[in-house]
Design a protein around this ligand. Structure first.
Ligand code: HXC
Length: 516
């Protein structure tokens, strides 16, 4: 055969590869509001940069009539391309081929591209849309899942791993995204669950619709399994591109500098008036964050989960930072079980990938109550504390108002190896709030007083005067300085500049044993 004929044959085969499971199934995919694997990749990478790998692989199963049915590339598209000009590795499950199910060769393709990502120090992004284990391939498929989970685990903390759930992700298959750093889900089509509605009904009698069981909003609000929710496939892929701008390619790199043109010395007059005079009145910490960071650009993570804590990425003077902050608008910014998990996971991600931590604290304490105690707030709260103490990245903190008790300690305090700790003049740093403290210390004095309420109020205001301010902590060096709120941005940028070559270590060990 002449080379021209061979090339023609190659072009024909490539056309076949592009069609996946065929025109009818592509139409069915579109009818469900989903893009195909290839369309998704095109939206994720910079135009024309995708290089596909293994397009001619086919499955080798001969059971249940599968010997007759083959699709080039099988049920996954893998390869590499650029995202915002930087290398990224991608696998996208192709629902048009056997429902995107995982055969032996689909697993092998997935593992190959994961290994390449780790070897070459670049993020791996999985676009998930699959009916799970290829039923006809039985244990080969299970072995394949195990091989993927192992790589997810070994490469955790080495390269950023991102899962994008754009269709079904059911059964044990969910444990791959669950190990990765971030999960994106598309509303209406992305679903994750261990057992589906039918099995639940037959085992427990409970009836639940698929979306209520494992839809995007359920995982964003209730379980906390998903970090980002998008309205549709294109929006979701844009969000993935945005997230990657904040991250380094691997644990061996610093995050990229992105100059925004925002003046590092910019002061903000409004910061003076954000914290209300009345101590129990709420304000929006998100506004503090967006007024301080470069161009107000803040990508919030876990926005709908544990809303008393805010976490997310921003930049200060062009440097990526991980922001951790209380949200006084929700339960006064109290730390509960979910906020502890959310904070700990985020702090550890930033520490893995050399992203400095900037903390804004306004926290009345840990959440009281039997719900929380029985649910294990001791264990969960401990992991938040552990994550801050363990982190060796630069850690800068600003206390805007309350920092009471254990919650003062956990929020990047000096005792947990915080580097620079600032307080606004509005800060109140003490073992507990004035009301609680006075009720305990002066209980009998108040009871004996002819006017107990008047005595209580006098003692509260004396306590507030003496302890509920930043100066006791500052006089001991637990706070490095009390700063004018308007100068917060320049102060943070200078601190981060000073800390850019920080070296801190942990004692030699295999790994710590974080309370889980
Ligand atoms: C082989 C599968 C498949 C699977 C779907 N298909 N799932 N083929 N193995 N697991 C095929 C269908 O036969 C169909 O083929 C095509 O994919 C599209 O499927 P539909 O059912 O028509 O699509 P839809 O109505 O959108 O429903 C999607 C679905 C459903 C909800 C995912 O297909 C489904 O429930 N599938 C089975 C899910 C499941 O139980 N998987 C195994 C879980 S156990 P045609 O030829 O008609 O296009 C597991 C263990 C993992 O995953 C353990 C890891 C440790």
């Amino acid at each position: 055969m002449a080379i021209e004929d061979k090339l023609e044959n190659l072009v024909r085969l490539r056309q076949q590869v592009k069609l996946g499971g065929g025109v009818k199934r592509i139409e069915a995919q579109h009818a469900k509001g989903k893009l195909t694997a290839r369309e998704r990749i095109e939206l994720l990478v910079d135009p024309g940069s995708f290089e596909e790998l293994d397009p001619f692989i086919t499955h080798c199963c001969t059971d249940f009539g599968l010997a007759e049915e083959h699709y080039l590339g099988d049920a996954i598209v893998t390869g590499y391309g650029n995202v915002n000009g930087r290398l990224a590795f991608i696998f996208a499950q192709d629902f048009t081929v056997f429902g995107g199910s995982l055969s032996k060769v689909v697993a092998e393709k997935t593992c190959k591209v994961m290994d390449m990502a780790a070897k070459n120090g670049a993020p791996i992004i999985g676009l998930l849309d699959s009916g799970g284990a290829r039923i006809q391939e039985g244990v080969d498929s299970l072995q394949g899942y195990g091989d993927i989970f192992t790589r997810n685990t070994l490469y955790s903390g080495v390269i950023p791993q991102i899962s994008v759930v754009m269709g079904p992700c059911a059964g044990g298959a969910v444990y791959s995204p669950a190990i990765t750093d971030f999960i994106f889900m598309v509303k209406g089509t992305g679903q994750m669950y261990i057992t589906g509605p039918e099995v639940i009904k037959s085992v427990t009698g409970e009836e639940v619709a698929l979306e209520q069981l494992g839809g995007a909003m359920v995982h964003a609000r209730k379980s906390g399994n998903s970090h980002f929710v998008a309205e549709n496939d294109p929006e979701c892929l844009q969000m993935v591109r945005r997230l990657l701008t904040f991250l380094p390619q691997s644990n061996m790199e610093e995050p990229p500098m992105v100059r925004s043109g925002d003046d590092p010395n910019r002061m903000d007059q409004e910061l003076l008036y954000l914290v209300p005079d009345e101590p129990s009145k709420a304000y929006n910490m998100r506004e503090v964050i967006t007024r301080v960071v470069d161009k107000g650009d803040f990508m919030e993570v876990h926005k709908d989960f544990a809303p008393s804590l805010i976490v997310g990425f921003a930049r200060l003077g062009g440097r990526s930072v991980g922001i951790v902050a209380q949200q006084p608008l929700h339960f006064a910014g109290v730390i509960d079980i979910n906020a502890s998990d959310k904070g700990a996971r985020f702090v550890r991600f930033c520490d893995c990938f050399n992203i400095p931590l900037v903390t804004f604290a306004d926290v009345p304490g840990y959440m009281p109550g039997t719900d929380q105690e029985y649910g294990g707030i001791i264990r969960h709260g401990a992991k938040f504390l552990y994550s801050y103490a363990e982190a060796t990245v630069p850690k800068v903190c600003v206390i805007t108002r309350k920092a009471y008790g254990g919650a003062f300690v956990v929020m990047s305090s000096k005792s947990l190896r915080g580097d620079i700790n600032y307080a606004w003049p509005t800060a109140e740093i003490a073992v507990m709030g004035p009301d609680g403290a006075v009720n305990i210390v002066f209980r009998s004095e108040i009871a004996k007083s002819p006017n107990p309420e008047e005595a209580r109020q006098r003692l509260v205001s004396e306590y507030r005067e003496r302890f509920a301010n930043p100066y006791v902590a500052a006089s001991r060096g637990y706070i490095d300085d009390v700063i004018d709120p308007r100068t917060t941005r320049p102060k943070l940028i200078k601190a981060l500049g000073m800390l850019q070559n920080k070296v801190d270590t942990l004692p030699a060990k295999k790994h710590g044993n974080i309370p889980l």
